[in-house]
Write a protein that binds this ligand. Structure first.
Ligand code: ADP
Length: 473
Protein backbone atom coordinates (compact mmCIF):
# COMPACT_ATOMS: atom_id res chain seq x y z
CA UNK A 1 0.00 0.00 0.00
CA UNK A 2 1.32 3.46 -0.89
CA UNK A 3 0.73 6.25 1.61
CA UNK A 4 1.74 9.87 1.16
CA UNK A 5 1.91 11.60 4.55
CA UNK A 6 1.61 15.39 4.26
CA UNK A 7 2.55 17.73 7.10
CA UNK A 8 3.94 21.24 7.50
CA UNK A 9 6.57 20.20 10.04
CA UNK A 10 8.36 17.01 11.04
CA UNK A 11 11.09 16.24 13.52
CA UNK A 12 14.12 16.35 13.07
CA UNK A 13 13.80 18.86 10.19
CA UNK A 14 11.43 21.41 11.77
CA UNK A 15 9.46 21.06 14.99
CA UNK A 16 7.34 23.65 16.77
CA UNK A 17 5.04 21.29 18.70
CA UNK A 18 3.28 17.96 18.94
CA UNK A 19 2.59 17.77 15.17
CA UNK A 20 6.36 17.77 14.52
CA UNK A 21 6.81 14.88 16.96
CA UNK A 22 4.05 12.82 15.34
CA UNK A 23 5.11 13.51 11.75
CA UNK A 24 8.68 12.61 12.73
CA UNK A 25 7.82 9.34 14.47
CA UNK A 26 4.67 7.85 12.99
CA UNK A 27 5.80 7.22 9.38
CA UNK A 28 8.96 5.50 10.68
CA UNK A 29 6.83 3.30 12.92
CA UNK A 30 4.32 2.41 10.18
CA UNK A 31 6.80 1.74 7.36
CA UNK A 32 7.27 -1.92 6.43
CA UNK A 33 7.42 -4.06 3.31
CA UNK A 34 3.62 -3.84 3.04
CA UNK A 35 3.34 -0.11 3.73
CA UNK A 36 5.37 2.24 1.54
CA UNK A 37 4.83 5.46 3.48
CA UNK A 38 6.54 8.63 2.29
CA UNK A 39 6.43 12.07 3.87
CA UNK A 40 5.94 15.34 2.01
CA UNK A 41 6.98 18.62 3.64
CA UNK A 42 7.59 22.26 2.68
CA UNK A 43 11.28 23.16 2.33
CA UNK A 44 11.12 25.77 5.11
CA UNK A 45 14.11 28.01 5.79
CA UNK A 46 14.11 26.68 9.37
CA UNK A 47 15.41 23.33 8.04
CA UNK A 48 19.10 23.12 9.02
CA UNK A 49 21.85 22.95 6.40
CA UNK A 50 22.95 19.49 7.51
CA UNK A 51 19.77 18.12 5.96
CA UNK A 52 19.65 20.50 2.99
CA UNK A 53 23.12 19.40 1.91
CA UNK A 54 21.99 15.78 1.73
CA UNK A 55 18.86 16.49 -0.34
CA UNK A 56 18.69 15.63 -4.01
CA UNK A 57 16.97 17.81 -6.56
CA UNK A 58 14.47 15.84 -8.69
CA UNK A 59 12.63 18.32 -10.92
CA UNK A 60 10.56 21.51 -10.95
CA UNK A 61 7.09 22.37 -12.19
CA UNK A 62 4.38 25.00 -11.93
CA UNK A 63 1.56 24.84 -9.38
CA UNK A 64 -1.69 26.62 -10.30
CA UNK A 65 -3.19 28.55 -7.38
CA UNK A 66 -6.22 30.69 -8.21
CA UNK A 67 -5.00 32.97 -11.02
CA UNK A 68 -1.33 32.34 -10.17
CA UNK A 69 1.18 29.85 -11.46
CA UNK A 70 3.87 29.30 -8.85
CA UNK A 71 7.23 27.54 -9.05
CA UNK A 72 7.70 24.31 -7.13
CA UNK A 73 11.01 22.48 -6.81
CA UNK A 74 11.04 18.85 -5.68
CA UNK A 75 13.84 17.49 -3.49
CA UNK A 76 14.17 14.09 -1.81
CA UNK A 77 16.02 12.81 1.21
CA UNK A 78 16.10 9.36 2.78
CA UNK A 79 16.29 9.46 6.57
CA UNK A 80 15.92 6.52 8.98
CA UNK A 81 14.46 4.33 6.26
CA UNK A 82 11.75 6.85 5.24
CA UNK A 83 11.74 8.80 1.97
CA UNK A 84 10.98 12.50 2.42
CA UNK A 85 9.85 14.85 -0.33
CA UNK A 86 10.56 18.55 0.19
CA UNK A 87 8.69 21.16 -1.83
CA UNK A 88 10.66 24.29 -2.55
CA UNK A 89 9.33 27.76 -3.17
CA UNK A 90 11.42 30.63 -1.80
CA UNK A 91 8.54 33.12 -1.87
CA UNK A 92 6.33 31.05 0.41
CA UNK A 93 8.81 29.13 2.53
CA UNK A 94 11.85 31.37 2.97
CA UNK A 95 10.43 33.11 6.03
CA UNK A 96 11.51 34.06 9.55
CA UNK A 97 8.79 31.94 11.15
CA UNK A 98 7.23 28.59 10.38
CA UNK A 99 3.75 29.99 11.13
CA UNK A 100 2.41 33.41 11.98
CA UNK A 101 3.22 35.10 8.66
CA UNK A 102 0.66 37.58 7.24
CA UNK A 103 -0.12 35.28 4.32
CA UNK A 104 -0.29 31.87 6.05
CA UNK A 105 -3.65 31.25 4.35
CA UNK A 106 -1.93 31.46 0.96
CA UNK A 107 1.27 29.65 2.02
CA UNK A 108 -0.60 26.57 3.24
CA UNK A 109 -2.94 26.67 0.22
CA UNK A 110 0.11 26.61 -2.04
CA UNK A 111 1.58 23.69 -0.12
CA UNK A 112 -1.68 21.70 -0.26
CA UNK A 113 -2.04 22.31 -4.00
CA UNK A 114 1.62 21.50 -4.59
CA UNK A 115 1.21 18.15 -2.79
CA UNK A 116 -1.35 17.11 -5.42
CA UNK A 117 0.61 18.53 -8.33
CA UNK A 118 3.72 16.69 -7.11
CA UNK A 119 1.97 13.32 -7.43
CA UNK A 120 2.06 13.89 -11.20
CA UNK A 121 5.87 14.06 -11.00
CA UNK A 122 6.65 11.08 -8.76
CA UNK A 123 8.25 8.30 -10.72
CA UNK A 124 6.95 4.85 -9.76
CA UNK A 125 5.01 5.99 -6.67
CA UNK A 126 1.30 6.69 -6.78
CA UNK A 127 -0.45 7.07 -3.40
CA UNK A 128 -3.45 4.94 -2.51
CA UNK A 129 -3.89 7.08 0.58
CA UNK A 130 -3.15 10.72 1.28
CA UNK A 131 -2.73 11.24 5.02
CA UNK A 132 -3.06 14.96 5.86
CA UNK A 133 -2.42 16.69 9.16
CA UNK A 134 -3.98 19.80 10.72
CA UNK A 135 -5.20 22.92 8.97
CA UNK A 136 -1.97 23.41 7.00
CA UNK A 137 -2.82 20.46 4.77
CA UNK A 138 -6.59 20.65 5.19
CA UNK A 139 -7.11 21.83 1.62
CA UNK A 140 -5.60 18.66 0.09
CA UNK A 141 -8.85 16.62 0.24
CA UNK A 142 -10.81 19.67 -0.96
CA UNK A 143 -8.60 20.36 -4.00
CA UNK A 144 -8.43 16.61 -4.72
CA UNK A 145 -12.19 16.26 -5.03
CA UNK A 146 -12.90 19.60 -6.67
CA UNK A 147 -9.97 20.16 -9.02
CA UNK A 148 -8.21 16.81 -9.59
CA UNK A 149 -11.04 14.27 -9.80
CA UNK A 150 -10.74 14.06 -13.59
CA UNK A 151 -7.00 13.37 -13.54
CA UNK A 152 -6.56 9.61 -14.23
CA UNK A 153 -6.26 7.65 -10.98
CA UNK A 154 -6.91 10.60 -8.66
CA UNK A 155 -10.55 9.76 -7.97
CA UNK A 156 -9.34 6.46 -6.40
CA UNK A 157 -7.10 8.19 -3.85
CA UNK A 158 -8.51 8.02 -0.30
CA UNK A 159 -7.86 10.75 2.23
CA UNK A 160 -7.30 10.75 5.98
CA UNK A 161 -7.32 13.99 7.91
CA UNK A 162 -5.72 13.97 11.36
CA UNK A 163 -6.58 16.71 13.85
CA UNK A 164 -3.76 17.37 16.31
CA UNK A 165 -5.44 20.40 17.90
CA UNK A 166 -8.91 21.56 16.90
CA UNK A 167 -8.27 25.01 18.34
CA UNK A 168 -6.29 25.95 15.23
CA UNK A 169 -8.48 25.78 12.13
CA UNK A 170 -7.08 28.15 9.51
CA UNK A 171 -9.78 30.83 9.25
CA UNK A 172 -9.52 33.59 6.65
CA UNK A 173 -11.75 36.13 5.00
CA UNK A 174 -14.00 34.61 2.33
CA UNK A 175 -12.00 36.56 -0.27
CA UNK A 176 -9.45 33.70 -0.31
CA UNK A 177 -12.02 31.24 -1.74
CA UNK A 178 -11.91 32.79 -5.19
CA UNK A 179 -8.66 34.70 -5.32
CA UNK A 180 -6.33 32.12 -3.78
CA UNK A 181 -8.12 28.79 -3.81
CA UNK A 182 -9.93 29.18 -7.13
CA UNK A 183 -12.95 27.42 -5.59
CA UNK A 184 -15.63 30.03 -6.21
CA UNK A 185 -18.83 28.61 -7.72
CA UNK A 186 -17.97 25.06 -6.61
CA UNK A 187 -19.66 23.08 -3.80
CA UNK A 188 -16.52 23.74 -1.74
CA UNK A 189 -17.44 27.39 -1.51
CA UNK A 190 -20.32 26.50 0.77
CA UNK A 191 -18.40 23.84 2.72
CA UNK A 192 -15.58 26.26 3.44
CA UNK A 193 -17.74 28.98 4.93
CA UNK A 194 -18.13 28.81 8.70
CA UNK A 195 -20.02 32.10 8.58
CA UNK A 196 -20.91 34.24 5.57
CA UNK A 197 -17.52 35.98 5.61
CA UNK A 198 -15.11 33.34 6.92
CA UNK A 199 -13.42 30.52 5.05
CA UNK A 200 -12.46 27.73 7.45
CA UNK A 201 -9.91 25.26 6.02
CA UNK A 202 -10.26 22.66 8.76
CA UNK A 203 -14.04 22.66 8.48
CA UNK A 204 -13.83 21.88 4.75
CA UNK A 205 -11.28 19.09 5.30
CA UNK A 206 -13.51 17.49 7.92
CA UNK A 207 -16.33 17.37 5.38
CA UNK A 208 -14.28 16.34 2.33
CA UNK A 209 -11.90 13.68 3.75
CA UNK A 210 -12.76 9.98 3.82
CA UNK A 211 -11.66 9.40 7.43
CA UNK A 212 -11.03 11.80 10.30
CA UNK A 213 -8.64 10.88 13.06
CA UNK A 214 -7.55 12.66 16.17
CA UNK A 215 -4.84 11.89 18.65
CA UNK A 216 -6.66 10.15 21.50
CA UNK A 217 -9.92 8.18 21.84
CA UNK A 218 -11.31 10.53 24.50
CA UNK A 219 -10.58 13.66 22.45
CA UNK A 220 -12.40 12.01 19.52
CA UNK A 221 -15.47 11.74 21.75
CA UNK A 222 -15.04 15.19 23.24
CA UNK A 223 -14.91 17.06 19.94
CA UNK A 224 -18.44 15.84 19.22
CA UNK A 225 -19.60 18.04 22.12
CA UNK A 226 -20.08 21.81 21.93
CA UNK A 227 -17.68 22.48 24.86
CA UNK A 228 -14.72 20.95 23.01
CA UNK A 229 -15.95 21.15 19.41
CA UNK A 230 -14.74 24.70 18.66
CA UNK A 231 -17.87 25.31 16.62
CA UNK A 232 -17.44 22.19 14.47
CA UNK A 233 -18.91 19.54 16.78
CA UNK A 234 -21.90 19.20 14.43
CA UNK A 235 -19.60 17.82 11.69
CA UNK A 236 -17.98 15.31 14.02
CA UNK A 237 -21.35 14.12 15.28
CA UNK A 238 -22.56 13.69 11.71
CA UNK A 239 -19.38 11.88 10.71
CA UNK A 240 -18.89 9.80 13.86
CA UNK A 241 -18.73 6.61 11.75
CA UNK A 242 -15.61 8.00 10.09
CA UNK A 243 -14.02 9.48 13.20
CA UNK A 244 -11.46 7.59 15.27
CA UNK A 245 -9.06 8.58 18.05
CA UNK A 246 -5.60 7.01 18.00
CA UNK A 247 -3.31 7.78 20.91
CA UNK A 248 0.10 9.23 20.02
CA UNK A 249 3.22 7.50 21.20
CA UNK A 250 6.48 8.98 22.47
CA UNK A 251 9.93 8.40 21.06
CA UNK A 252 11.34 5.69 23.32
CA UNK A 253 14.88 6.32 22.12
CA UNK A 254 14.85 10.05 22.85
CA UNK A 255 13.13 9.59 26.22
CA UNK A 256 14.88 6.88 28.20
CA UNK A 257 16.21 7.51 31.72
CA UNK A 258 18.55 4.52 31.38
CA UNK A 259 20.70 6.20 28.73
CA UNK A 260 19.55 9.84 28.55
CA UNK A 261 22.72 11.88 28.05
CA UNK A 262 21.12 15.01 29.53
CA UNK A 263 20.90 13.46 33.00
CA UNK A 264 23.58 13.71 35.66
CA UNK A 265 22.88 10.06 36.52
CA UNK A 266 21.04 7.39 34.56
CA UNK A 267 18.57 5.03 36.19
CA UNK A 268 15.78 2.56 35.51
CA UNK A 269 12.87 1.03 37.40
CA UNK A 270 15.27 -1.08 39.47
CA UNK A 271 17.45 1.85 40.52
CA UNK A 272 14.96 4.50 41.59
CA UNK A 273 17.27 5.60 44.43
CA UNK A 274 19.38 7.17 41.69
CA UNK A 275 16.35 9.21 40.61
CA UNK A 276 16.54 10.88 44.03
CA UNK A 277 20.10 11.94 43.27
CA UNK A 278 18.89 13.50 40.04
CA UNK A 279 16.38 15.40 42.15
CA UNK A 280 19.08 16.82 44.43
CA UNK A 281 21.16 17.94 41.43
CA UNK A 282 18.06 19.52 39.87
CA UNK A 283 17.13 21.32 43.09
CA UNK A 284 20.65 22.75 43.14
CA UNK A 285 20.48 23.78 39.46
CA UNK A 286 17.15 25.56 40.06
CA UNK A 287 18.21 27.19 43.34
CA UNK A 288 15.59 25.28 45.34
CA UNK A 289 16.17 23.90 48.83
CA UNK A 290 18.25 20.74 48.36
CA UNK A 291 16.27 18.13 50.21
CA UNK A 292 15.24 14.78 48.76
CA UNK A 293 12.38 14.55 51.27
CA UNK A 294 10.45 17.53 49.84
CA UNK A 295 8.18 16.51 46.95
CA UNK A 296 9.11 18.39 43.80
CA UNK A 297 6.23 19.18 41.40
CA UNK A 298 7.03 20.42 37.90
CA UNK A 299 5.26 21.90 34.88
CA UNK A 300 6.84 21.69 31.41
CA UNK A 301 4.46 23.38 29.04
CA UNK A 302 3.40 26.18 26.77
CA UNK A 303 2.07 28.69 29.29
CA UNK A 304 -1.36 29.19 27.76
CA UNK A 305 -4.97 28.99 28.82
CA UNK A 306 -5.34 25.53 27.23
CA UNK A 307 -2.87 24.08 29.73
CA UNK A 308 -5.00 25.01 32.76
CA UNK A 309 -2.48 27.42 34.20
CA UNK A 310 -5.20 29.66 35.59
CA UNK A 311 -5.87 26.85 38.10
CA UNK A 312 -2.21 26.69 39.06
CA UNK A 313 -2.04 30.48 39.24
CA UNK A 314 -5.02 30.53 41.57
CA UNK A 315 -3.47 27.87 43.79
CA UNK A 316 0.00 29.43 44.17
CA UNK A 317 -0.76 30.79 47.67
CA UNK A 318 -2.01 27.34 48.73
CA UNK A 319 1.07 25.68 47.26
CA UNK A 320 3.27 28.15 49.13
CA UNK A 321 1.65 27.05 52.35
CA UNK A 322 2.29 23.33 51.72
CA UNK A 323 5.44 21.24 52.16
CA UNK A 324 6.28 20.94 48.47
CA UNK A 325 8.25 22.66 45.70
CA UNK A 326 7.09 23.80 42.27
CA UNK A 327 9.33 24.36 39.26
CA UNK A 328 7.97 25.64 35.95
CA UNK A 329 9.65 25.44 32.54
CA UNK A 330 7.77 27.20 29.79
CA UNK A 331 7.02 30.26 27.75
CA UNK A 332 3.69 31.80 26.86
CA UNK A 333 1.19 34.31 28.15
CA UNK A 334 2.67 37.17 30.21
CA UNK A 335 0.04 36.68 32.91
CA UNK A 336 1.35 33.20 33.76
CA UNK A 337 5.01 33.97 33.16
CA UNK A 338 4.81 36.89 35.60
CA UNK A 339 2.90 34.99 38.27
CA UNK A 340 5.54 32.24 38.31
CA UNK A 341 8.36 34.79 38.27
CA UNK A 342 6.79 36.63 41.18
CA UNK A 343 6.59 33.54 43.38
CA UNK A 344 10.09 32.40 42.36
CA UNK A 345 11.46 35.75 43.53
CA UNK A 346 9.38 35.80 46.67
CA UNK A 347 10.26 32.28 47.77
CA UNK A 348 13.18 30.96 45.66
CA UNK A 349 13.77 27.89 47.83
CA UNK A 350 10.25 26.71 47.06
CA UNK A 351 9.43 28.01 43.59
CA UNK A 352 11.52 28.08 40.40
CA UNK A 353 10.46 29.78 37.16
CA UNK A 354 12.45 28.98 34.01
CA UNK A 355 10.72 31.12 31.42
CA UNK A 356 12.39 29.76 28.30
CA UNK A 357 12.49 26.77 25.95
CA UNK A 358 15.23 24.43 27.13
CA UNK A 359 15.24 20.84 25.93
CA UNK A 360 18.18 19.72 28.11
CA UNK A 361 16.61 21.12 31.27
CA UNK A 362 13.28 19.50 30.38
CA UNK A 363 15.00 16.09 30.45
CA UNK A 364 16.56 16.82 33.85
CA UNK A 365 13.17 17.96 35.16
CA UNK A 366 11.40 14.83 33.94
CA UNK A 367 14.05 12.82 35.77
CA UNK A 368 14.39 14.89 38.95
CA UNK A 369 10.73 15.60 39.67
CA UNK A 370 8.29 13.62 41.77
CA UNK A 371 5.07 14.90 40.17
CA UNK A 372 4.27 16.38 36.76
CA UNK A 373 1.27 18.75 36.79
CA UNK A 374 -0.91 18.77 33.64
CA UNK A 375 -4.27 20.35 34.57
CA UNK A 376 -5.33 21.09 30.97
CA UNK A 377 -8.67 22.62 30.05
CA UNK A 378 -8.51 20.36 26.99
CA UNK A 379 -5.71 18.11 25.76
CA UNK A 380 -5.89 16.32 22.40
CA UNK A 381 -3.22 13.84 23.52
CA UNK A 382 -0.45 15.40 25.61
CA UNK A 383 3.08 14.09 25.69
CA UNK A 384 4.44 15.40 28.98
CA UNK A 385 2.41 13.02 31.15
CA UNK A 386 3.65 10.04 29.12
CA UNK A 387 7.27 11.18 29.19
CA UNK A 388 7.00 11.81 32.95
CA UNK A 389 5.76 8.25 33.55
CA UNK A 390 8.68 6.83 31.59
CA UNK A 391 10.96 8.68 34.05
CA UNK A 392 9.09 7.42 37.13
CA UNK A 393 7.55 10.86 37.73
CA UNK A 394 3.87 10.55 38.61
CA UNK A 395 1.47 12.70 36.59
CA UNK A 396 -1.31 14.74 38.19
CA UNK A 397 -3.77 15.59 35.43
CA UNK A 398 -7.23 16.77 34.64
CA UNK A 399 -9.27 13.94 33.13
CA UNK A 400 -9.61 15.19 29.58
CA UNK A 401 -8.51 13.95 26.13
CA UNK A 402 -5.31 11.92 26.07
CA UNK A 403 -4.70 12.64 29.76
CA UNK A 404 -7.79 10.60 30.60
CA UNK A 405 -6.63 7.80 28.30
CA UNK A 406 -3.18 7.48 29.84
CA UNK A 407 -3.45 8.30 33.55
CA UNK A 408 -5.38 6.30 36.15
CA UNK A 409 -5.22 5.72 39.90
CA UNK A 410 -2.47 3.09 39.54
CA UNK A 411 0.03 5.31 37.73
CA UNK A 412 -0.87 8.87 38.78
CA UNK A 413 -3.47 11.29 40.16
CA UNK A 414 -6.37 13.02 38.47
CA UNK A 415 -9.40 15.24 38.91
CA UNK A 416 -12.44 15.60 36.68
CA UNK A 417 -13.95 19.08 36.90
CA UNK A 418 -11.94 22.07 35.72
CA UNK A 419 -11.85 23.62 39.16
CA UNK A 420 -8.96 24.76 41.38
CA UNK A 421 -10.37 23.18 44.55
CA UNK A 422 -10.63 19.79 42.86
CA UNK A 423 -7.07 20.15 41.68
CA UNK A 424 -5.95 21.08 45.19
CA UNK A 425 -7.67 18.00 46.55
CA UNK A 426 -5.67 15.91 44.05
CA UNK A 427 -2.44 17.62 45.11
CA UNK A 428 -3.25 16.79 48.72
CA UNK A 429 -3.91 13.15 47.78
CA UNK A 430 -0.52 13.03 46.06
CA UNK A 431 1.17 14.57 49.11
CA UNK A 432 -0.55 12.05 51.38
CA UNK A 433 0.72 9.09 49.33
CA UNK A 434 4.18 10.64 49.07
CA UNK A 435 4.59 11.26 52.81
CA UNK A 436 2.49 8.52 54.37
CA UNK A 437 2.51 5.62 51.91
CA UNK A 438 5.98 5.45 50.37
CA UNK A 439 5.58 1.81 49.32
CA UNK A 440 2.44 2.69 47.39
CA UNK A 441 4.30 5.58 45.79
CA UNK A 442 7.05 3.20 44.67
CA UNK A 443 4.46 0.76 43.31
CA UNK A 444 2.86 3.56 41.32
CA UNK A 445 6.26 4.57 39.94
CA UNK A 446 6.88 0.99 38.80
CA UNK A 447 3.43 0.82 37.17
CA UNK A 448 4.00 4.15 35.41
CA UNK A 449 7.43 3.07 34.13
CA UNK A 450 6.04 -0.23 32.86
CA UNK A 451 3.34 1.43 30.70
CA UNK A 452 3.90 1.05 26.95
CA UNK A 453 3.57 4.44 25.29
CA UNK A 454 5.87 3.57 22.39
CA UNK A 455 4.77 4.22 18.80
CA UNK A 456 4.28 0.49 18.22
CA UNK A 457 0.67 0.40 19.42
CA UNK A 458 -0.30 3.60 17.57
CA UNK A 459 1.32 2.40 14.33
CA UNK A 460 -0.77 -0.78 14.55
CA UNK A 461 -3.96 1.31 14.82
CA UNK A 462 -3.00 3.48 11.83
CA UNK A 463 -2.25 0.36 9.76
CA UNK A 464 -5.71 -0.94 10.67
CA UNK A 465 -7.21 2.30 9.41
CA UNK A 466 -5.16 2.20 6.19
CA UNK A 467 -6.39 -1.38 5.67
CA UNK A 468 -10.00 -0.33 6.23
CA UNK A 469 -9.64 2.28 3.49
CA UNK A 470 -7.85 -0.15 1.21
CA UNK A 471 -10.84 -2.48 1.39
CA UNK A 472 -12.95 0.29 -0.09
CA UNK A 473 -10.57 0.79 -3.08
P1 ADP B 1 1.58 20.77 23.01
O1 ADP B 1 0.12 21.08 23.20
O2 ADP B 1 2.44 21.96 23.28
O3 ADP B 1 1.92 20.05 21.72
P2 ADP B 1 2.45 18.31 24.29
O4 ADP B 1 2.36 17.82 25.70
O5 ADP B 1 1.80 17.45 23.25
O6 ADP B 1 1.91 19.79 24.26
O7 ADP B 1 3.99 18.45 23.86
C1 ADP B 1 4.84 19.36 24.48
C2 ADP B 1 6.28 18.98 24.18
O8 ADP B 1 7.08 20.15 24.21
C3 ADP B 1 6.89 18.03 25.21
O9 ADP B 1 7.86 17.22 24.56
C4 ADP B 1 7.57 18.98 26.21
O10 ADP B 1 8.65 18.36 26.87
C5 ADP B 1 8.05 20.07 25.27
N1 ADP B 1 8.14 21.41 25.89
C6 ADP B 1 7.12 22.27 26.15
N2 ADP B 1 7.59 23.42 26.66
C7 ADP B 1 8.93 23.30 26.76
C8 ADP B 1 9.99 24.16 27.20
N3 ADP B 1 9.76 25.37 27.65
N4 ADP B 1 11.26 23.69 27.10
C9 ADP B 1 11.50 22.45 26.63
N5 ADP B 1 10.56 21.60 26.19
C10 ADP B 1 9.28 22.01 26.24
Amino acid sequence: MNILFAAFEADPFVKTGGLGDVAGSLPKAVASSSYDIRVILPLLSAIPDVYRKKMQFVCSYDVPLGWRNQYCGLFTLKQNGVLYYFLDNEYYFHREQVYGEFDDGERVAFFSKAVLETILHLDGFFPDILHCNDWHTALVPVFLKEQYRDVPGFSDIKTIFTIHNLKFQGKYTDYVIGDILGLQDTPAEHQLLSDPHTANYLQAASIYCDEITTVSPTYAEEICLPYYGEGLDWIFRERCENLVGILNGIDYKAWNPANDKNLPLNYDADSLKTKEKNKLVLQKELGLKEDAEIPLFVIISRLTEQKGLDLVNYLLPEIEYRNMQLAVLGVGDAEYENAFRYYAEKDPKKFAACIRFDNGLSHRMYAGADVMLVPSRFEPCGLTQMIAMRYGTLPLVRETGGLKDTVNETNGFSFVTFNADDMLYSIDCALDVYFNHPKRWRRMQHTAMAEDFSWKASAKEYRKLYNKLAKSF
